[in-house]
Design a protein around this ligand. Structure first.
Ligand code: CTP
Length: 412
């Protein structure tokens, strides 16, 4: 059983405070111990009993309660991670100058835990030079900023400023937590080891059209590729995701190019490749596509009792990117294999990396094992990473987020 970590969730006074309930709940369900500090303004948007029931702990607001136990310092000292969501323009300004006029401000100042904030405000406030400068100060201190997203705001208007979706905030926060020693002083430098690196990732599974209503596809959900994108973002990278038919949401703060087929993915990846420092081909690309796409729906009366499809080979995107890579660019491929024997699995990986010409290959077993699906479509993964000489350089088993961080360690 894992040891519960202590996460402090700070909620400040914005309408998105109601969504913080989902963040608190996700941390609790993840097995972590959650302490909510809501500002007085936050409690005008959301009720204390709700937060206490969901977090399973008392919710604190007042600086002058619990003085005997020195609460304003104790909560911060005991935290492994602090997440402020939503973070209003006012609370960001206070954090930037280190104000401690309420319990949340005191807690953050008294803590050495990594800090993740999810801004939420109207576009004008987000783009105001004062907020821009405050956010830059926080970033320079190693604070992880998640979002804001683009979309519908509180009124009838739309734009940048929407709080990032709770599941994204939780994913980034847990990635930050996984990367840091409990409340360690070294946290800030470790966290941003990919700052400014341009990382291009493909995710999902391609669909090869047969006719206007049918396609040939595969079971990839895109979870591992999206986890890689979230983890790279949390570590400071500038991420572009080429996404094929994902079953999972993508954080709006990640530049995403949507594609459907292998040919579309090839075009998107080759276009973006020249600007990338690191390329990760996590997508399951169909090896073949129908030679011709029927204009109308294939009718069984016309096809008869058996239907033969003619397929043509798709280009190997990874091999193409490796062949044209520029000096210093790191290219990482995946090998999805159904082989059960560990030695034979690795040998398939070794043959594959020599065919593909990439720098690293992440070998993972996929398919059905003892009646259970592994690899594709699941929450967890088990991988072995080979270098171009076929030598094992890393192994990981666990959540797709922890596997993602293990892969990113190769380039960090
Ligand atoms: N890949 C690719 N283009 C293809 C097929 C695969 O870029 N047309 C990439 C995948 O994204 C992955 C790696 O190549 O990073 C290996 O994919 P995999 O499906 O395991 O191998 P295949 O190349 O299809 O080889 P095989 O059919 O022999 O398993």
């Amino acid at each position: 059983m894992k040891t519960p970590r202590t996460i402090v969730v700070g909620i400040t006074g914005g309408i998105a405070a109601y969504k913080a309930v989902n963040i608190v709940r996700a941390f609790v369900l993840n097995g972590d111990s959650v302490h909510v500090i809501a500002t007085a303004a936050a409690l005008r948007f959301i009720g204390k009993p709700t937060l206490e029931a969901i977090s399973r702990n008392p919710v604190h607001t007042d600086l002058y309660e619990g003085v005997a136990e020195v609460r304003h310092v104790a909560i911060g000292q005991g935290a492994d991670l602090i997440v402020v969501a939503p973070a209003t323009a006012n609370s960001i300004a206070k954090l930037a100058v280190g104000l401690a006029d309420d319990l949340l401000g005191n807690t953050i100042l008294a803590s050495r835990a990594p800090l993740v904030i999810a801004p939420a405000m109207h576009t004008e406030m987000w783009t105001n030079p004062a907020t821009v400068a405050n956010v830059a100060v926080l970033r320079s201190r190693g604070v992880t900023i998640v979002g804001p997203g683009v979309g519908r705001l509180t009124g009838t208007d739309s734009g940048t400023g929407r709080m990032e979706e709770p599941e994204t905030i939780v994913a980034v926060a847990l990635a930050v937590l996984d990367r840091t020693s409990p409340a360690g002083e070294a946290a800030a430098s470790v966290l941003h080891d990919l700052t400014g690196r341009r990382v291009l990732i493909s995710a999902g599974g391609t669909r090869e059209p047969l006719d206007p209503v049918r396609f040939l596809g595969n079971r990839s959900s895109g979870r591992q590729g999206v986890a890689l994108a979230q983890a790279a973002l949390a570590r400071g990278a500038v991420v572009t995701l080429v996404a094929a038919n994902l079953e999972v949401p993508v954080p709006t703060s990640i530049t995403t190019v949507m594609v459907t087929s292998a040919l579309e993915m090839q075009e998107a990846m080759t276009t973006a490749a020249s600007a990338a420092d690191v390329i990760i081909m996590a997508a399951a690309v169909a090896d073949y596509r129908p030679t011709a796409v029927q204009h109308g729906k294939i009718k069984k009366e016309e096809a008869g009792d058996t239907l033969t499809l003619e397929l043509v080979k798709n280009p190997d995107i990874l091999a193409g990117l490796s062949a044209t890579s520029r000096p210093g660019q790191v290219i990482i491929g995946f090998a999805a294999e159904t082989e059960a024997d560990a030695d034979r699995l690795l040998n398939l990986g070794r043959e594959k990396i020599s065919r593909k010409g990439c720098d690293f290959l992440v070998v993972n077993r996929v398919g059905y094992v003892d009646g259970e699906t592994v690899g594709f479509g699941t929450e967890r993964n088990t991988v072995t990473v080979l270098d171009r000489h076929g030598v094992i350089v890393n192994e990981a088993a666990g959540s797709k987020m922890s596997v993602a961080n293990c892969i990113l360690d190769l380039i960090g």
